[in-house]
Design a protein around this ligand. Structure first.
Ligand SMILES: Cc1cc2nc3c(=O)[nH]c(=O)nc-3n(C[C@H](O)[C@H](O)[C@H](O)COP(=O)(O)OP(=O)(O)OC[C@H]3O[C@@H](n4cnc5c(N)ncnc54)[C@H](O)[C@@H]3O)c2cc1C
Length: 346
C-alpha cells in the first residue's frame, strides 16, 4: 500500500485540474482497500474513493482527508460469468470480453475509468447500460463494517444512478460480476440509431462483436469521447450534464418555449420525457468550442466541458454555471451535473 502526503490529484483525473490530497493511499488488493477504509473511518478521517478520475471535478482547494485510489486487478471469466476487480481498467476489460466472443458490454467500449465505478452511475452509452449485465456487486459496507454482496436488483439502478450514488459515503465497490452472452460471436441487438446507421443495419439487428466495438470507438473518437492526451477535447469528464427527465407538466412548459423547433424527446419511466442536454446547450447559444478562457466546450461535442491546458476548477465551474443558467433562461429546464463534485458545487 503506497501512502503519499500532499499529493497532487489533478494528474489522477481526466480533467487534470483541482488541488492536492492531504493523504493519498493507493491500494492494490481488496484487503488493502478494506484496511485503508477501516483505518480512515476509525480515525473519523474524511475519505474520497477514486478509480480512473474520469467522472470527478476536484475543487482547487483539493481534499483535506484521505483519498483512496483503487488499483486492484482481476479479470476472471468462467463460461459467461465475468468477475472484475474494482481497479480493472474498464475499456480494457470490454476489449477482452469482445476478444473472447462474449456480448453484453461491447457498446460500452472506450469509456474511461475503472470497473468498480461502473455500477456507481450505471454507466451507459449507445443503448447499453451496465445494469443489464450486472448480477452482483461485492462492496465493503462502511456502515456495517463488513463486505456484502448485493444483487443487481439491490443496486437500485436507474438512468445514471444507483444506490451507491444515492448513498456515497456507505459502499466501496470491490468486485463487479456480470452475466455475459454467448451469441456465437454476435453482439446484443443494436439499440441506437446512430450505431445502426454507421454499421449499415436496422435497429434491433445483431452484428459481429468486433465490428460493434470498432463502430463505437470510431463514433466516440469523433466526439472526443475516447481519451487522447494530445487532444484537449478529451480533457473532460465526458458528458458534463445528464439528459433532463421532465414530468408531463415540465414537458408541456418546455414545448411551449420551443418556437416551432423540434427537441429530441424519448419516453422515460412514470410518464416522463427525456430530452437531450447537448441539444439544449447548443440551442441556448453555446455551440461547440464555446468559451474564451482556459475552460471551453469541446470543439467536437457541446456536452463536454474541457480544460484547454491551464484551467482551474474555478474556470470550469464558471463555464458550467453560465451554461446551466443560459439553458434555464431559454427553456426553463434545470441542467444537473453528471460528474461528482469534490469540495465544490455547481
Ligand atoms: C472522455 C470521457 C467519456 C465518457 N463517456 C461516458 C459514457 O459514455 N457513459 C458514461 O456513463 N460515463 C462516461 N464517462 C464518465 C466516466 O468515464 C464514468 O462515469 C466512469 O465509470 C468513471 O470511472 P472512474 O473510475 O474514472 O471513476 P472516478 O471518476 O474515479 O469516480 C467517480 C465516482 O465514483 C466513485 N467511485 C469510484 N470507484 C469506486 C469504487 N470502487 N467504489 C465506490 N465508489 C467508487 C468515486 O468516489 C466518485 O464518486 C466519460 C468520461 C470521459 C472523461
Amino acid at each position: 500500500m503506497l501512502v503519499q502526503h500532499d499529493a497532487p490529484l489533478a494528474p489522477l483525473t481526466t480533467l487534470r485540474l483541482g488541488g492536492p490530497a492531504r493523504r493519498l493511499v493507493t491500494a492494490t488488493t481488496d484487503a488493502e482497500v478494506v484496511s485503508a477504509v477501516r483505518e480512515a473511518d476509525a480515525a473519523g478521517e474524511p475519505l474520497l474513493v477514486i478509480g480512473g478520475g474520469s467522472n470527478l471535478v476536484i475543487g482547487d482547494a483539493g481534499f483535506d482527508g484521505t483519498v483512496l485510489r483503487i488499483a486492484t486487478t482481476g479479470f476472471e471469466l468462467d463460461g459467461t460469468v465475468l468477475e472484475l476487480a474494482a481497479g480493472e481498467v474498464w475499456a480494457e476489460a470490454v476489449a477482452r470480453t469482445v476478444d473472447k466472443g462474449l456480448a453484453g458490454i461491447e457498446f460500452l467500449a472506450g469509456i474511461p475509468g475503472s470497473a468498480g465505478a461502473t455500477p456507481v452511475q450505471n454507466v451507459g452509452a449507445y443503448g447499453q447500460e451496465v445494469s443489464t449485465g450486472i448480477t452482483e456487486v461485492v462492496a465493503y459496507d462502511r456502515r456495517a463494517g463488513e463486505s456484502v454482496t448485493l444483487t443487481g436488483e439491490e443496486c437500485g439502478f436507474s438512468y445514471r444512478h444507483s444506490r451507491f450514488k444515492a448513498d456515497p459515503e456507505r459502499y466501496v465497490v470491490l468486485r463487479v460480476r456480470f452475466r455475459l452472452e454467448d451469441n456465437g460471436g454476435l453482439s446484443t441487438p443494436v439499440r441506437y440509431a446512430e450505431t445502426a446507421r454507421y454499421l449499415g443495419v436496422e435497429v434491433g439487428e445483431r452484428v459481429d462483436l468486433a465490428a460493434a466495438r470498432d463502430a463505437v470507438l470510431r463514433l466516440r473518437a469523433g466526439k472526443g469521447m475516447v481519451l487522447d492526451a494530445a487532444d484537449h477535447d478529451t480533457w473532460s469528464a465526458g458528458s458534463f450534464f445528464t439528459n433532463p427527465i421532465l414530468t408531463a407538466d415540465q414537458y408541456a412548459d418546455f414545448r411551449a418555449r420551443l418556437d416551432g423547433r423540434t427537441a429530441p424527446a424519448y419516453p422515460a419511466p412514470d410518464g416522463c420525457t427525456k430530452t437531450s442536454a447537448a441539444w439544449l446547450i447548443d440551442q441556448a447559444g453555446f455551440g461547440k468550442g464555446y468559451g474564451a478562457g482556459p475552460a471551453t466546450l469541446s470543439t467536437k461535442h457541446t456536452l463536454a466541458l474541457t480544460n484547454r491546458g491551464a484551467a482551474t476548477a474555478g474556470d470550469l465551474l464558471a463555464l458550467a454555471r453560465e451554461i446551466r443558467d443560459g439553458v434555464r433562461a431559454a427553456f426553463g429546464v434545470e441542467l444537473v451535473n453528471e460528474p461528482v463534485m469534490v469540495g465544490v458545487e455547481l
